[in-house]
Structures are given as C-alpha cells and as structure tokens.
Write a protein that binds this ligand. Sequence first.
Ligand code: 6GU
Length: 230
Amino acid sequence: MRIDVLTLFPGVMEPFFAASIIARAQAAGVVSIHCTNIRASATDRHGSVDDRPFGGGPGMVMMCGPLFDAVERVEREDPRPATRIMLTPQGERFTQEIAGELAGLKRLLLICGHYEGFDERIREGLKPREISIGDYVLSGGEAAAMVVVDAVVRLLPGALGGEQSIEHESFSDGRLEYPHYTRPRDFRGLKVPEVLLSGDHDRIEKWRQSESDRRTRQRRPDLPGKPENA
Ligand code: 6GU
C-alpha cells in the first residue's frame, strides 16, 4: 500500500511514521508513506494556503488552488488510483470497520486541513471521503490522520508479525478485549487470576470469553458484540 499525506506540518507527522510498527511495516515493504507540504503548491510569494472567508466572520479558510495542485501532483507520482480522504470533524465517524475497509485498498491520499475549515469547493471538486475521529474539535487534521494511518497499517498483512494478535483484540468482533497479566504472579499483593496459571486451555479460553463479555456489557453496552458460544 502507498499512503500520501498532504499537510502543512509534515515535520509533525514524519517522526510518528518513523517509529514502532509503522516504521517496521515500511522497512518490510508492506507500506510506504509520503508526507507532502501543501505550502509547496502555494502560488504567491508569501506561500499563502489560506485566506479570509467571503461573507466575513472569524478565522481563515483553506484555499482551493494549492490543495488541488498538491493532490494532482502527488497523484501523478503513482499510477494506482488513490482513495482521497479528508480529515474533518464533519466526516463520518472513524471505526475499526472503516480501518479494515481502508486496509484493503492499494493507495490512500489523506488531506489534513487547518484553520477554520476548507473552501467548500474542495469537497465538490475533489470528492474526498470525509472522516472524523470523534466528537471533539482538533486544531488540525494531522493528529486524526496519524490515528487513521496507525489503525490501517497495523491491519496490513505482515505489519505486526504475530497475525493472530489482531483476531482477539478489542473491536475486531464488536467487543472489548479480556484482561491481560504477565510476571510476577503476585505484585504487591495483587494476584494473577488462578485460572491463567492452571494450564487448562479450555478453562482459560472460557474465562477470557466471559471477561470480554462482562467488560463489553459494563463499559460499552452500545457495541454490537454478542457473547460467543452462549
Ligand atoms: Cl478529522 N479534524 C479536526 N480538525 N478535528 C477533529 C477531527 C478531524 N476528528 C475529530 N475532531
């Protein structure tokens, strides 16, 4: 997969993509991530990418020209058609299901805005899929784009190593994950549940299922997950 990110702050994002699982996935050839500064497509001598809103009002608006140019330039760098995604609080809510959908694509182009918003003709002209990561306002799309890239890349075959770790994790089946423990067995009087030390894999599996169900009911009754083997 190839992922392009258009942003005014490539320097904020690059270190994130150069660490941990995303770095490993890139080194393994599973994904390549390219950040492009929208400002490189500005046409005036000040490098303007935003301007005052017609009709007045507060804040600045992302201009059409530099963004259209940046999209067209970056898309020409690779013949595979890119799925355009705009990060905006007005988009559909990002979920694990959408992450899975995006992970099946060959090329993503993420567009990060700043300021008060995008000129509406960016939506009309570029027809991006609009994604929000939740009901709160960020000062720009960068943090949201990092969330989306992280959630997608770790689903790509070969990105994680032990692929079975994905099957059991929270949200993969609409439920929360069961609790985990590691050494020591007794930490300041806090004990590891006996069942996990029993070596009885049937019992352990049943315990994990029931803890997962209990957590989901208690914390996230809105999730669709149904108790398995019930
Ligand atoms: Cl994608 N962008 C911004 N600016 N704020 C957000 C968001 C995105 N998702 C939630 N809040």
